[in-house]
Design a protein around this ligand. Structure first.
Ligand SMILES: *[C@@H]1O[C@H](CO)[C@@H](O)[C@H](O)[C@H]1NC(C)=O
Ligand SMILES: *[C@@H]1O[C@H](CO)[C@@H](O)[C@H](O)[C@H]1NC(C)=O
Ligand SMILES: *[C@@H]1O[C@H](CO)[C@@H](O)[C@H](O)[C@H]1NC(C)=O
Ligand SMILES: *[C@@H]1O[C@H](CO)[C@@H](O)[C@H](O)[C@H]1NC(C)=O
Length: 496
């Protein structure tokens, strides 16, 4: 068999010398060594050696040490890795595991591997970590991992796989992480993960999966994170995740999901993060998130949701972050967010919202950021911001606001940033504001502002107005009356 002489940049080995007490990490470099049997074996496979002195933390090219390495039995190789700048033999055969049977970690990423034989790993009985990512493997043999009982981490991402064999993991009871992202997988056998009750992380992003099969998940009581972004899932079926009672994060973004079954998320009692952005969801069935008692972060941005009703979110008192940006929401039910007392961030930007019902955010006493930019607001309903006593950031830019009603911002005693840019405001009246000692910036660019009530500087003593009115284009107007009169031609100081 002809091996290409290849140069694999780093192969770290832990060496234990029989007649020395030190142990050494060894990284191989073809350019540096000559000689003995072991080294010539490695050289023939494209590896060479520089010794790394663990004790002194330095590379050493100590020829004396090499002399001890006459025989393979002098040391144990635990870890083999390549950075893949040059390709090694495109077929992985059994020779590596025959030679280094104590390997715990094989890392042959980006090495143009096209094939792996079914007995390639059978000699590596204590293998724990296998990385074959970024190669061109198009099929995995059925019995590949049969003898690797300790296997815990497998990376097969970015290969040319279309599926995996039914019994591939039948003996891998220790498997904790599987990454098959970026392949061409359209389906997996139903019982593929039957033995993998310790699996914690399953990554199947960027494949061609159309249906999530509930059988895959039946044994995965310890699964914590399921990544299934950018597949072709169009529907979340009833109870598909029912057995994933330990799941904490679920990534389903970028699939083209159109329909959510009302029981689609049933069983996910531990779930705290749900990512559904960049899909085509038009409608949230009543109480769809009912079972998700521990949900803290829900991302529904970039969908086609048309309205939010009282029952859209049920009584989600634990939720911290709700992202509904870039949907088609026109109407907010006044009770939409009533139960979300823990909410810290609410993003409703880039929708079609015409109106904010009175008291719609009333119970959101912990809300710190509210994004309403890029909607169709022409007026603000009196009382719409009632209850938002923790709010620090309010974005109302890119709407059609003409006027700010009296007392509209008075509930916002902790406000720091107020975005009003790109509206049709002509006057900023101080009576819109209460005492806002923390207000730092009011953004007013791209409005029609020609008058600002000076009293605002007493109500918001630290505030800076960010304006672009001639002659104050890109001007920061901070606490200075003369500047106000210079910037606004209708500026009339009022005595209070
Ligand atoms: C693997 O997929 C890549 C990208 O799609 C392609 O360029 C390559 O030819 C494929 N290799 C094999 C062996 O199929
Ligand atoms: C939610 O999704 C949007 C993309 O639509 C993304 O920009 C944002 O970072 C996501 N938020 C979180 C917390 O993942
Ligand atoms: C949430 O609502 C459901 C029914 O709608 C009810 O059974 C449950 O007790 C409620 N939970 C809380 C915490 O209020
Ligand atoms: C806002 O001003 C723009 C440009 O002056 C105008 O076209 C638009 O109709 C105004 N919108 C409202 C709601 O008044």
């Amino acid at each position: 068999m002809k091996f290409k002489l290849i140069f694999v940049q780093f192969i770290f080995l832990i060496l234990e010398l029989n007649n020395a007490e030190e142990s050494f990490y060894c990284s191989f470099d073809t350019r540096l060594v000559d000689g003995d049997k072991f080294l010539s074996y490695l050289r023939n496979h494209g590896y060479g050696c520089v010794l790394f002195d663990k004790k002194h933390g330095e590379d050493s090219e100590n020829e004396e040490l090499f002399k001890h390495l006459q025989d393979e039995s002098d040391f144990e190789v635990k870890y083999i890795t390549s950075t893949g700048e040059n390709s090694i033999n495109p077929v992985i055969d059994s020779s590596i595991c025959q030679k280094f049977e104590n390997l715990e970690f094989i890392d042959i990423q980006s090495s143009s591997i096209t094939k792996i034989n079914s007995d390639s790993l059978s000699g590596c009985k204590i293998l724990e970590i296998l990385n074959l990512g970024e190669n061109e493997i198009s099929s995995i043999p059925d019995k590949l991992f049969d003898r690797n009982l300790r296997l815990s981490h497998v990376n097969l991402a970015q290969n040319n796989l279309t599926t995996l064999p039914e019994n591939l993991f039948a003996n891998n009871h220790e498997l904790e992480e599987l990454n098959i992202n970026n392949n061409e997988i359209n389906d997996l056998p139903p019982n593929i993960f039957k033995s993998c009750s310790k699996l914690k992380y399953l990554k199947i992003n960027n494949n061609k999966i159309e249906n999530l099969n509930p059988n895959w998940f039946e044994s995965l009581k310890n699964l914590e994170i399921l990544f299934s972004n950018n597949n072709k899932i169009s529907e979340i079926n009833s109870k598909v995740f029912n057995e994933l009672t330990g799941l904490k994060s679920l990534y389903l973004n970028g699939n083209g999901i159109k329909t959510l079954s009302p029981e689609g998320f049933l069983g996910l009692k531990a779930l705290s993060r749900l990512y559904l952005q960049e899909n085509e969801i038009t409608y949230l069935p009543e109480n769809i998130f009912q079972d998700l008692e521990n949900l803290v972060d829900l991302n529904l941005s970039s969908n086609k949701i048309g309205f939010i009703s009282t029952d859209s979110f049920g009584n989600h008192s634990e939720l911290w972050k709700l992202n509904l940006q870039s949907n088609d929401i026109k109407i907010l039910d006044p009770n939409s967010f009533k139960s979300m007392q823990s909410l810290v961030e609410l993003n409703l930007a880039a929708n079609q919202i015409l109106e904010l019902p009175e008291n719609v955010f009333e119970n959101l006493r912990n809300l710190m950021s509210l994004y309403l930019g890029n909607n169709k607001l022409e007026t603000l309903t009196v009382g719409c911001f009632k209850g938002l006593r923790s709010l620090t950031t309010l974005s109302l830019g890119y709407n059609n606001l003409i006027d700010l009603p009296e007392s509209i911002f008075t509930p916002l005693s902790n406000l720091e940033f107020l975005h009003l840019d790109q509206n049709n405001l002509t006057t900023i009246h101080s009576d819109s504001f209460g005492y806002t000692a923390k207000l730092q910036r009011i953004y007013l660019k791209s409005n029609l502002v020609n008058a600002v009530d000076e009293k605002i500087l007493r109500l918001a003593p630290k505030a800076t107005l960010v304006v672009d009115v001639a002659p104050c284009v890109n001007y920061y107007v901070a606490n200075i009356r003369q500047r106000l009169s210079k910037c606004f031609k209708n500026y009339k100081p009022r005595t209070v």
